[in-house]
Design a protein around this ligand. Structure first.
Ligand SMILES: Cc1cc2nc3c(=O)[nH]c(=O)nc-3n(C[C@H](O)[C@H](O)[C@H](O)COP(=O)(O)O)c2cc1C
Length: 295
């Protein structure tokens, strides 16, 4: 996750038994190299790097991932055709993030080892079609033979169990880890996340790249512009530069872009990432033992 997932969060998740991930989308290439090296120092376990494929210097990021011998890449936001075979030739496992069965099939054809099927509830960039996780998971499981990792609206062990009952083999959690001690997100943003309620986020900027964010002043400017039929250029001007950094990293809550999922409504504590992994696992195992127990 941009502005959240550096080496501290990734290594803490991997050390606790999850697969931690470094989000390269908000890093200059040299910064990514530094995070990979620090992550290797901080954990002996595997970790992954997320590479958004529309990143302007994508070839540099890919080269760093190869040079630093990263074993697993999660690609997103773009066509997996170009880069998957190049990474796979180097023995790197490639997982691509999709929001529809159609894109899942394309990822399978491109040679990806697995897909993340990310539903409408998810924080950050998302599909235009608004397919919810509940519908997307069974659809993608039917559409492809490669393993499906469920994402979007999952923050608890019982939700993880539900995703697996629908055919997912793993889950990817984003928002839950924004509200972790090790996330590099600003404390103002973390506090807002744990205090947010149902209905506080919305998918917007559908004309450009749809993104789910908190409904703050910046969101309202975007909405007003979209409602009066603003052009893409006008929207880009409102978006300006570095809005996401301003909001999520620098803690400017009114005018920054604050990406988070619907599941933020279920979060009420900032926890160490290792505790999050442990809690999810314990609740998952209890749920598995007694799936229909009244809570
Ligand atoms: C703050 C934030 C930043 C994100 N940045 C990225 C990113 O750079 N690349 C990506 O593939 N997904 C990104 N995501 C999506 C997450 O990887 C994950 O799929 C999503 O958060 C899952 O849904 P959830 O938020 O309901 O857990 C981001 C999500 C959040 C909340």
């Amino acid at each position: 996750m941009i502005w959240a997932s550096g080496w501290r969060l990734a290594s803490a998740v991997s050390n606790a038994g999850g697969l931690g991930m470094i989000g390269a989308g908000s890093m200059y290439p040299d910064i990514l190299r530094e995070h990979i090296r620090k992550c290797k120092q901080a954990t002996k376990k595997d970790f992954a790097v997320n590479v958004p494929l529309l990143y302007p210097d994508i070839d540099k990021l890919i080269q760093i991932v190869i040079d630093e011998e990263v074993k697993i890449v999660f690609s997103s936001a773009g066509n997996p055709k170009t880069w998957t075979s190049i990474l796979k030739e180097k023995g790197i496992k490639v997982v691509h993030v999709v929001s529809s069965s159609k894109f899942a099939k394309k990822a399978e054809e491109a040679g990806c080892d697995a897909v993340v099927a990310e539903g409408f509830e998810a924080g950050g960039h998302n599909g235009r079609e608004e397919t919810t996780t509940m519908v997307l998971i069974p659809a993608v499981v039917n559409a492809v033979k490669i393993p499906v990792i469920a994402a979007g609206g999952i923050a608890t062990g019982r939700q993880m169990l539900a995703a697996m009952v629908m055919g997912a083999e793993a889950v990817q959690m984003g928002s839950r880890f924004v509200a972790s001690q090790e996330a590099s997100s600003h404390i103002n943003f973390k506090n807002l996340v744990i205090n947010s309620q149902e209905g506080d986020t919305q998918l917007t900027l559908k004309q450009l790249t749809p993104v789910r964010m908190i409904k703050n002043d910046f969101f309202k400017h975007v909405q007003e512009a979209e409602q009066r039929g603003a052009t893409q250029e006008e929207l880009l001007a409102i978006l300006g530069r570095a809005r996401a950094k301003k909001g999520m990293f620098e803690g400017e809550l009114a005018e920054g872009e604050l990406e988070i999922g619907q599941v933020s409504a279920l979060l009420d504590e900032i926890l160490p990432a290792g505790d999050i992994v442990k809690n999810v696992w314990t609740e998952f195992m209890n749920g598995l033992a007694e799936p229909l127990k009244m809570l």
